[in-house]
Design a protein around this ligand. Sequence first.
Ligand code: HAM
Length: 437
Amino acid sequence: MPLFQSLPGFREFYPEALARRNHLFRLWRQTALTFGFVEYDAPVLEPLELYKAKSGEEIEQQLFSFTDKGGREVVLRPELTPTACRMVGAKANALKRPIKWFNIGEFYRYERAQKGRERSFSQLNADIFGEAGVEADIELIALLVQCLTAFGLTEQDFQVRLSDRDLWCYYLEALGLDEARVRALLVAIDKHERLGDAAFKNYADQFGPLDAVLKGKILAFLQIKSLPQIETALKPFSGGKLDARIADWRRLLDGLAAMNLARFVEVDLGVVRGLAYYTGFVFEAFDRKGDLRALAGGGRYNDLVKKLGGPDLPAAGFAIGDVTMGLLLEQRGLMPAFINAPDVCVAYDGEAGRLAAFPDIQTLRAAGVRVEYPLKELAFGKQLKAALESGAKLALIYGGDELARGVVKLRDLTERHEREVPREQVPAAVRDFLTGA
Ligand code: HAM
């Protein structure tokens, strides 16, 4: 019978691969904690309703959904944001503000599997609830940057593209477009990078023919790459909402500059994000070479907690995925070559040697030292060869001769020299060796 296969887009993690993923999780978790975010967890199976019409058309088409035995329509979660909103919304009054939460977990989307896109993937999600000002956006972008630089990536490797759905809405309204049209155009703008100008124009027309001059203005707004360009484009409409929004932009960019992060961040109004719930500043992180899919994405979603039945609570956040991030680190040679190496390998001579080694093995393991020994006795030479190949730094040799003299051999496997230590001093000698004392 042929070997069973896993499902397309569902990855298996053999130990070396899992060590690489753990490396991502470890640094993400450490970084989020440094920024004062606290960790939470949530169910992987959710009611279908949670995503319908809230996450947007694209995600809805990608849901892993089925009816459970109780007749409920359920979904393997495609993202965490609606769940986070429900959880925070349910206890909003009891939670200390600002609410800064993070989670690392697995998500499922029925996408066409391709480089950087799987059907199950992991994300770090970080979100701030209860803070409407740009202070929260600054904090999130700073965390996102550090979640990438913690691995040795620099501004030469990635950039955060910053945009603003509010600004888009205000601008399109100022051009005289109604709300339904604005919403439809934001979907077309999200697809612009993939479709190109000509296809975008056709797409925008699907919602009723759009005046050619207007289309030209929208395409020009899409190309904007700086705050002064925004100011110039908005001059004819100045006043009220638009002026206040430009002041927000200035505070956001000044804050990021003061955090010494300006070099990572670029204004790019071509970003509007595919998810339907975003309201204000939105951002995406990409590798500079541009041959990978997005590394991370996020933004404000001030209405979502309320739309899901909770209180009126402003919110913003982002998620980084493990797939693209892993590819980028490999490309840049920044993924450590993990060998699941023990600290110490034991070699022994016969049953007497094995039993003599056991108390030391127990003592060392209890002290947190990674110790391995052959479960079944092998020829002595084979044991030493295995110890060398394991990547361990030290071999402990319990040979017949040594035991007769009440000593154990410590062999430094890197420097290739050895010395004898009285048996009762073995644990202390190993600890000194490993700590370099
Ligand atoms: P998203 O842009 O859909 O946002 O996903 C964020 C990141 O997850 C992407 O940039 C990508 O790295 C990774 N990702 C998404 N889909 C896949 C896939 N099929 N295979 C591999 N990686 C993938 C969200 O999910 C929002 N909920 C983020 C957020 C949190 N917004 C506010 N808070």
